[in-house]
Every structure is written in C-alpha cells, then in structure tokens.
Design a protein around this ligand. Sequence first.
Ligand code: GTA
Length: 155
Amino acid sequence: MASLFKDPSKLSAYRDRRFAGSQEDFEHALLTSITVYVGNMSFYTTEEQVYELFTRAGEIKKIIMGLDKNTKTPCGFCFVLYYSREDAEDAVKYISGTILDDRPIRVDFDWGFQEGRQWGRGRSGGQVRDEYRTDYDPDILLIHIGGYGKLVQRE
Ligand code: GTA
C-alpha cells in the first residue's frame, strides 16, 4: 500500500522539546520512523495486552513501556517499534482511537526511541500532561485507596 502519510506537518501535533536536531531533522525522522507512541493508556495495561492489540498492524520488534521515573511503574504511555514503516502507519491509521482497558488510546508517529525516553518527565514522575488534567477516571478513588499514591486522570 502506498504511503498515506507524506506531509510531515500532518504526521504529528507533538514536538519533542528534547529532540536535538532541527525542525527539518525532526520531520525527516517522523516520515521514516518505524516507532509509534501510544498515549492515554490505563496504568494497568500490560505489555502483553499492548502486544496483542498492536500485532494486528504488523510484526512487532519491541515494546517499551513508559514508566514513572520515581515509582518505576507504568504511567500511561508506551512506544511500539515495528519492522516496517507500513505497519507503523497502519497502527496510527487503524488502532488510534480504539479502546484498550476502557480508554481510547492515542497512537502517534514518533521520531524514534532512545534510552531515557521511557521515563515520564513530569515533576511527580509521571507524564507531564497528567499534571494538567482536571477530569478524573471513575475508578480514581479505588486507585487512590489502593495505595497507588497518585491520581489518574482521563485525557
Ligand atoms: N511521539 O504526543 C506524543 C508524546 N507525548 C505526549 C509524550 N511523548 C510523546 N511522543 C510522541 N507523541 O519520551 C513522549 C516524550 C517522552 C515520553 C514522556 O513520551 O517524548 P512526557 O509526556 O512526560 O513529557 O514524555 P513531554 O512529552 O515532554 O510533555 P508535553 O506533554 O509535551 O508537555 C510539554 C510542555 O507543555 C511542558 O512545558 C508542559 O508544562 C506544557 N503542557 C503540557 N500539557 C499542558 C496542558 N494541558 N496545559 C498547559 N501546559 C501544558
């Protein structure tokens, strides 16, 4: 199938502040990358569940779970690396917006995984955007009472 994603400005609304190169370098990386970022995941979703869903788009090379840098536990995102660009495109096209563990996940092109990118960058240890949320999951109290020690909020 021919690539449907040729305009780099439409590939992703996200710009990684820690990407070291120019905007042109960033766009080139997005156009050629075989890595997707998955956001809005439940903190309880496992690597096995991610594998089961994302293997529908193609053979997976590696999954890297996003972790809270303080607790070292999953904090709602991951990276999925495919072997082929076409499969990464299919993941963005067909899997983004589907429900995983009761949450609509967001699949975004990513410029490429590097060691360190698996950690949440928020001050609390989790993802930055979780610190701005004002709407809460219905199970928030269960999580809180369960001693997770952190509020989980919906995107
Ligand atoms: N490909 O959409 C994404 C994406 N996100 C959201 C995170 N990552 C992503 N990758 C792709 N697409 O490796 C990656 C990051 C990193 C890992 C964890 O996930 O590259 P993070 O989510 O903890 O931190 O990253 P990140 O991405 O640096 O934060 P974000 O959301 O872009 O925030 C950047 C700035 O905007 C910050 O200064 C923050 O204060 C501000 N901000 C963020 N959300 C809000 C908000 N709702 N209101 C106001 N300001 C906000």
